[in-house]
Design a protein around this ligand. Sequence first.
Ligand code: PMP
Length: 366
Amino acid sequence: MIYLDYNATTPLLPYARLAMVEAFDCLGNPSSVHSHGRAARKSLEKARSQTAEYFDLAPRNITFTSGATEANNMILKGFEGNVFVSAVEHDSALNIRKDAAIIPVDRNGIVILDVLAQLLKDSSTPALVCILAVNNETGVIQPIDEILKICQSNNAHLHVDAVQAVGKISLPWQNISSFTISAHKFGGPKGVGALIINGPLQLKILIEGGGQERGVRAGTENIIGIVGMGAALATPQFDWQKLLPLQKKLETSLLKACPDAIIFGREATRISNTTSIAMPGVSSEVQLIHFDLHNISVSSGAACSSGKVKASHVLKAMGISDELSKCALRISYGWKTTEDNIDHCIAAWINLLQTQAKKPKEIHDA
Ligand code: PMP
């Protein structure tokens, strides 16, 4: 079995697994004052410190959540003021505020900076800009430094969905107003993440109850998941640059086999672990089934959208036709991926291409 769907979720890191197994024996509720409760609190705060240390921030900036979807909802629904979101955001940010203005992107999926600047100039404050640092479908990297400057000069808050960026690229963590992370995208468990806020940002509280997480997010903390996330961040990080030769080999081979294939966002700066490619005329569903039959797990786009026949809103925003975007395949790789895995993927893709090329001829012959 070959796993090439790291942008959907990543394998659990050994240290995260170990820390979680130990945390299963943590009996207390971190809100209890007795010794069991204090032990649970200690594990929770250790994970908060590990998370804070990773980003070189204070532990109090971190609010644990059930994942990035909740964290994006918290900031977007909690913010009172004008909201601007890019057209290529993940669904957990794009569709949350119905009153949000959409920032357009160019054909490579990069936010059009002049338009953003103009939108902010025309807007009354307070304003919140929400940008996805690394696109989960295409791997395209947004120019966060430049976007930050535009936001700062217009007194707008910048919220970054950093889900696909953590561990892979460095961002100005201390200068952006807030950001979102999700443990299962960097070797931690599923169902846990955080909203990290720098400095003063007034938010409406969405989940009220027992006052956990400084009253910002009530509910007994998911100790096991949080401990796993802290441990994943405390694990020496994989050097994602090591994947560049594999990405190059994969993309060069696929384009050589099919010069008509399109790699989305190819002219932009992209992350080293993602290839979003369309094999014209062959639907994503057919490609997914073919790869699955070859024991290779890939995706047709965003995992959350898999199964939907709908064309990707990310590719649509980049001006790609629905017809072509319905032929897209996302191949995403990581620390366990070998050259042999990539060779198998190339072979399966070429095999499908050849099968499809024969089809019209057979029909014609018949
Ligand atoms: N943002 C991005 C960019 C993502 O890729 C994902 C997960 N597909 C999310 C947000 C949602 O994260 P979670 O699974 O933690 O809810």
